[in-house]
Design a binder for this molecule. Sequence first.
Ligand code: TYD
Ligand code: MG
Length: 461
Amino acid sequence: MAKTKTVYVCTECGQDSPKWIGRCPGCGQWNTMKELTVAPSKASDSITQSLHVLTGMERHAPKPVLLSTVKAEKEPRYLTSDAELDRVLGGGLVPGSLTLLGGEPGIGKSTLLLQTALRMQGRKLLYVSGEESERQIKLRADRIALHANDLLLLCETRLEQVFAHIKNTCPDVVIIDSIQTMALESVDASPGAVTQIRECAAMLLKFAKESGVPVILVGHITKEGTIAGPKVLEHIVDTVLQFEGDRHNMYRILRSIKNRFGSTAELGIYEMRGDGLHPVDNPSELLLTQGGAQLSGIAIAAAIEGIRPFLIETQALVSTAAYGTPQRSATGFDLRRLNMLLAVLEKRVGFKLAQKDVFLNIAGGLRVTDPAIDLSVIAAILSSNVDTAIEHNICMAGEVGLSGEIRPVSRIGQRISEAAKLGFSSILIPEGNLKGLEIKNASIEIIPVNRVEAALRSLFG
Ligand code: TYD
Ligand code: MG
């Protein structure tokens, strides 16, 4: 019989070590190594064995095969009834795949999966919830005003039981909400512990691969923004989707961080309403403040997130610091990047901002990582500083370098056409992007700029 042994596993990243150490060599966190008792080979062997016992699937041992004899027809994908979700998945759910949907609590993961499950036609779905009762789920379904077709509901946290029900009901798709609440009785750890998550996910992966049934897992996110539990969870699954947005705001973004079956550049945008999540087809129109008086401190950026262009409002407020140390705060934008842009403005353009509080906000509660938004950040800050509004029909795109130069950005054509489509009369673009640019939209004036000073001159005269 294999001897039990003690290992130390990092609760943040899953790295293990035979001895206790203060700092995890994997993720560099302090004091995260926790003691675990494991019976190594025996435990994992019994798990695979129990999978076959539990689900009644046949065991087959893989053998080496000639690659040239492997048939690879384009696998039919399961369409999920949600066009945005299908697109982010790379064209639907792949049979036998394991997908992880991560997101902060309350962002709408359960809502998204429940409404997708309820709308999916012609497939038998099993929705396993370890977090809510049947009544709670029913109330949510009533709220999104959809009535169950063939959706089977199971409120269970013991994975062995889940597999027993899978055996009896033979579902086409399995949804597990959430992986942190599931536990295997054969593993000696509480739900949510690293070993428990790892073993449960491994067993679900094995089930998905052998039965061809796609499995979707919900995963919680820690306050640091990583999926709670071991990093290995992300390695195990085929696809990692992240649901993000500001909980107090209505927009949500669904991104794919890892996708073995498609691109990770796709992005889905939803709006959370009283009756569930609704896809947003033209985000730009919603993200821009319609009409109203022209205010200072607002600049419109032609940004691209994923592969979609949209126009987004950057808002800045600059005021004299009330206390000795000025405050800098950014919502939806990297604070370090804001500090860098402020330094560029001080040093290269000569604006004195050292004694000013600077607040920056990206409208709509979105988080933008596209560097092309830099130019509008700078423009919004200066507009607020000199209290002069920027013409409402001008937008801009450009990355700002440390010496105050404006660097070319990707896919400028798409940005220009999106701006033209929304009726902007001019757009500031980096001079470096002019080369090879075919101007198809005569309706929009293109203003090439090469330095921050030039950009500000054309905005504020
Ligand atoms: P939920 O799906 O439970 O989030 P998660 O599973 O990610 O923790 O969503 C919870 C929030 O969504 C809750 O604050 C209420 C809100 N909500 C709506 O605004 N409209 C709706 O139709 C539903 C079902 C929820
Ligand atoms: Mg939930």
